[in-house]
Design a protein around this ligand. Structure first.
Ligand SMILES: [Zn+2]
Ligand SMILES: [Zn+2]
Length: 271
């Protein structure tokens, strides 16, 4: 029997990320309780010196903890080892180094623009984003395009992340189509990130309008990620994300294992 595609959360954090207290074991147990088949850790690799997580990530210790969890939960959960890289185009050497590690997946996203965190109120003010979010999103997508063109990763995380902080997205940016075309050209997957739902925003990142545009430029690959930083956040909003994937998006929801995309409904080897 094929697994339901929403049975894999491809973006969660543990205490190997600076902004989570959760142990890998606690996250795995919660995923098993929910009936998930696969759980992918995507620990922060944020190299902006102003980031609270700068210099925090320890690959060796993380890798060892994943190995231990795989031993403990081998028959109940497929545990995937990933990282979430911020602004990869600015740190080519570190991206290359991570590509030499034994990872299942590398996610990337834009967390910082103009040396400011995208949720920073001062940044929003500088762009007059409360009145009109277009300039802020335009600037954000310029950096995202650079990141995708640089490459070295598999999944583009939370396409329109500023909506998590502004409360709404902004779709009238032509540059988005170029970003999406580059994602397709590079053979990457686009993530449907459900974390805005937990922040009181009534939308995933991205939601229907941008998923339709992804499909219209030939996009196929999708992953679902909750961006959970605690066990009770795992797979939240996944019914909605799955419906979006099937109705607005192209519908090929999958996972990455050893850097290869596998459609989840075609995957036989998950526990
Ligand atoms: Zn992120
Ligand atoms: Zn994340």
């Amino acid at each position: 029997m094929p697994f339901p595609a929403q049975a894999a959360d491809m973006h969660v954090h543990s205490h190997f990320s600076v902004d989570s207290q959760a142990t890998i074991e606690a996250m795995c147990r919660a995923a098993i309780d929910l009936g998930l088949k696969a759980l992918c850790f995507a620990e922060h690799m944020d190299l902006n010196p102003n980031d609270e997580g700068y210099g925090f990530f320890r690959y060796q210790a993380y890798s060892q903890a994943i190995d231990e969890a795989r031993e403990r939960f081998a028959d109940r959960l497929t545990i995937l080892k990933g990282v979430e890289f911020g602004e990869p185009h600015l740190y080519p050497r570190e991206v290359e180094r991570m590509n030499g590690q034994d990872l299942d997946v590398i996610l990337a996203g834009i967390h910082w623009i103009d040396d400011r965190f995208v949720g920073d109120l001062a940044l929003h003010q500088a762009y007059g984003a409360r009145q009109d979010p277009r300039r802020l999103f335009e600037r954000y997508y310029q950096d995202m395009l650079r990141a995708v063109r640089h490459g070295g990763f598999d999944v583009l995380a939370h396409l329109d992340l500023p909506k998590r902080y502004l409360g709404h997205g902004c779709e009238e940016i032509p540059l988005i189509d170029e970003v999406l075309r580059e994602v397709v050209r590079a053979g990457m997957a686009l993530e449907i990130n459900t974390s805005p739902l937990r922040k009181g925003v009534n939308a995933c990142a991205p939601d229907a309008p941008l998923l339709r545009r992804y499909a219209s430029v030939g996009g196929r690959r999708l992953t679902l990620g909750s961006d959970a930083h605690a066990p009770n956040e795992i797979a939240t909003g996944f019914e909605r994300a799955m419906e979006l994937a099937l109705t607005a998006g192209p519908g090929d929801v999958g996972i990455y294992r050893r850097r290869c995309f596998i459609r989840l409904d075609a995957e036989e080897s998950l526990v």
